[in-house]
Design a protein. Structure first.
Length: 166
């Protein structure tokens, strides 16, 4: 990120990176669910839960090491716990919509499943974006960032003075 970037620029950049990871997770989710729907006798929602869990695992790696790699890494067990908890809520949203479509309305063709999967993923993604950026992958507190910058500047000043003396 360039120095002097506005908050809006940083937010747009974050949304783009979140979207890239999410797109990969969506491909994984659709691929696994459709394979399970067509190659096994698992019930549709059960197969979709498995696909969602696989996608969640892929997404964690992408979010931690790509989208939010610059965020606080101080409490990774807390981070993982919160990620899994919020991901579980997203899983319930996504699969609840699919469940309602299939068992509430009888919309169970392959096309209908995929349409309601898109709707469920879309709504769950909005929830996940908010919860991950707010609670899971938190920004470093401002005072820590300032302290880090000040210590960096002090080191650079010491190095310059030592170089000038030599």
């Amino acid at each position: 990120m360039e120095r002097g970037s506005s908050g809006l620029d940083r937010f747009v950049h974050e949304v783009a990176k979140f979207g890239a990871v999410g797109a990969l997770g969506t491909v994984v989710n659709f691929g696994v669910s459709n394979l399970l729907w067509h190659l096994t006798s698992l019930q549709a929602v059960r197969a979709n839960v498995i696909a969602t869990v696989v996608a969640i695992a892929c997404n964690y790696v992408g979010f931690r090491y790509f989208t939010y790699r610059d965020r606080d890494k101080g409490a990774q067990s807390r981070e993982l716990t919160l990620f899994l908890a919020f991901s579980a809520v997203g899983l319930v949203i996504e699969n609840g919509i699919l469940y309602a479509a299939i068992y509430g309305f009888g919309w169970d063709s392959s096309l209908q499943r995929n349409i309601f999967k898109v709707v469920g993923i879309g709504i769950a993604t909005l929830f996940r974006f908010w919860s991950y950026r707010t609670w899971v992958f938190r920004t470093l507190p401002t005072h820590e960032a300032v302290a880090d910058a000040e210590s960096f500047l002090e080191e650079e000043t010491k190095t310059r003075k030592a170089t000038q003396r030599a």
